[in-house]
Design a protein around this ligand. Structure first.
Ligand SMILES: [Zn+2]
Length: 72
C-alpha cells in the first residue's frame, strides 16, 4: 500500500516509515510524504505518476484539506 500524508511544519502521520519520499503539489507546492513498502519500491515510477495525479485532484477538490491520501 502506498500512502500520501500531508506534511505540516515538517511533521507527517507516517514518520518512521522506512521508504519515503517528499513530493510537492505541482500547483501550490504543498508538501506530501509518500510512504511505500518493499514491494512498491520496484514500481516507484508508476507510483510517482499516480501520486502526481492524486495531488492534482486533491488540490482541485478541497485544496488539500484531506491529510491522508491512499493510492491503489
Ligand atoms: Zn496544491
Amino acid at each position: 500500500m502506498v500512502i500520501l500524508t500531508k506534511v505540516a511544519d515538517g511533521i507527517s502521520a507516517t514518520n518512521g516509515t522506512p521508504n519515503e519520499r517528499v513530493l510537492k503539489c505541482p500547483s501550490c507546492g504543498q508538501s506530501y510524504k509518500l510512504a511505500y513498502g518493499e514491494t512498491e519500491r520496484y514500481h516507484l515510477d508508476a507510483w510517482l505518476r499516480k501520486a502526481d495525479a492524486v495531488l492534482r485532484k486533491s488540490h482541485k477538490q478541497n485544496s488539500h484539506e484531506t491529510n491522508v491520501l491512499e493510492l491503489r
